[in-house]
Design a protein around this ligand. Structure first.
Ligand code: SF4
Ligand code: SF4
Length: 442
């Protein structure tokens, strides 16, 4: 590994990172289990799962409590205890959705997930089924069912598996801690996923603000050589380095064409937490029931990296972290660039929740946005060369269906354009409005 050479993508991007924002990088992952969890049946794209438990059902951590909808994955109990209700509840992405509320029994005997002796010899069919049955979805944010992503259509060959350890969003450090605390497991999980794909090479991409993580992985690799050749590469700290297209470009030099996926250039990208979950599922039959996330921002008293059962409420996490500062006015699920503002704190952590950021009033702009002054900054930073200024102007004028030519459908909502706009125009929201208009007429 060449620590002097850092790789990056060619076009656009910003550097929103201030070192102090990733202040939880030195905080080891801590465990917190609440008295009650609220587990939504809808945690990924597509149809929600179907509940198979009812009020008063006793469950053990890891039990299936909802069967997968078409193309989806099942949902499991993240704590042992008793089902209190199956009912509509607040959801961090949807306004509300059906959820299973379980009261935790702290006295229950915890389940034991023993290592299967022969997991390295399982067939691809068994590996994919284990990943599906464990309820695994992409943990880098998209939350797409992993067994479907790994099943490439006929004619597609994957030569390189990229493991995404970039964690380019400011504030977030959960993946960084996972690498520092579980390097061997991440390497084993990556080798398993490479085996499923038939990939000949694994490249682990880490931003150069996490050199310690790269060194830990390198040391682990020397002690535990992988069955598939592995390269550990440093990427420049530059947002959105961790998005799939930009990571593929940085680490392989390949350009993913518009409206195509990395698989179309022979590459698959998986997040570090996802390959760790795949290893748990295959080697230990442990389903995806916990989420490691960063809880941070100036609005929380004691920032931490936490492992919590899926379904833990944001309010309970905030209380565990010492409560909110009296000036806290905003909570975000995910990173500040691509995360979602939360309208309330009684929403649960779901599989795709990578962080919770709490901000004080002085960090949140209260000014409204102004007209576009044609400065062109948004054009300079867009990694895809789109025209967010035009999309916003046309959408604001009530003409969203005329924006396709400016790239509305290609935008992956990274937020670089809005980040640099001196007029504080909510460019991503305008783009989302335009996309919704296209969906309505489709
Ligand atoms: S949000 Fe869309 S338009 Fe704006 S910079 Fe990102 S990709 Fe480009
Ligand atoms: S950055 Fe803002 S003000 Fe400048 S061109 Fe883009 S939309 Fe207009």
């Amino acid at each position: 590994m060449d620590f002097l050479k850092t790789l990056t993508f060619l076009r656009g991007g910003v550097h929103p990172e201030d070192a102090w924002k990733k202040k939880t990088r030195y905080h080891p992952i801590e465990r917190f289990v609440p008295k009650e969890v609220t587990i939504p049946l809808s945690q990924h794209i597509g149809e929600p799962a179907r509940a198979i438990v009812e009020r008063k059902t006793k469950v053990v951590r890891g039990d299936v409590i909802a069967e997968a909808g078409p193309g989806g994955v099942p949902v499991h109990a993240s704590v042992s205890g008793t089902v209190k209700r199956v009912a509509l509840a607040p959801h961090p992405l949807l306004t509300e959705a059906t959820a299973i509320v379980i009261e935790t029994d702290f006295e229950a005997t915890p389940p034991v997930w023993e290592e299967a002796p022969d997991w390295n010899n399982f067939s691809n069919e068994i590996l994919l089924e284990s990943i599906r049955a464990a309820g695994i979805v992409g943990l880098g944010g998209a939350a797409f069912p992993t067994h479907r992503k790994l099943k490439c259509p006929p004619g597609i060959t994957i030569d390189t598996l990229l493991i995404n350890g970039a964690e380019c969003e400011p504030y977030l450090t959960a993946d960084h801690r996972l690498i520092l605390e579980h390097p061997v497991e991440i390497l084993n999980g990556a080798a398993l996923v490479a085996k499923i794909l038939g990939a000949k090479k694994i490249i682990l991409g880490i931003e150069d603000n996490k050199i310690d993580a790269a060194k830990v992985l390198k040391a682990a690799l020397e002690k535990h050589p992988s069955t598939v050749p592995v390269e550990i590469r440093l990427c420049k700290t530059r947002y959105p380095q961790g998005s799939e297209r930009q990571l593929v470009e940085a680490l392989t030099g390949k350009v993913v064409p518009a409206r195509k996926l990395p698989m179309h250039v022979g590459v698959m990208v998986q997040n570090v937490a996802t390959v760790l979950a795949c290893l748990d599922a295959i080697a230990f039959h442990k389903p995806l029931i916990d989420r490691v996330l960063t809880v941070t921002g100036s609005g929380i008293q004691n920032p931490k990296n936490l492992s919590v059962p899926i379904g833990t409420l944001v309010q309970d996490i905030a209380d565990y972290c010492g409560g909110l500062h009296y000036k806290t006015v905003k909570a975000i699920a995910g990173g500040p660039m691509m995360g979602r503002a939360l309208g309330r704190l009684d929403v649960p952590v779901i599989k795709g929740t990578s962080g919770l950021i709490f901000l004080r009033e002085e960090e949140v702009s209260k000014e409204g946005f102004g007209p576009c002054i044609s400065c062109g900054r948004c054009l300079e930073v867009c990694p895809l060369g789109l025209e967010p200024n035009q999309i916003s102007i046309y959408t604001e004028a009530g003409r969203p269906l005329e924006t396709e030519t400016f790239g509305t459908k290609d935008c992956f909502e990274c937020g670089c354009c809005a980040f640099v706009c001196p007029a504080q125009r909510p460019l991503v929201q305008f783009i989302q409005m335009a996309k919704n208009s296209f969906r309505r007429v489709a």
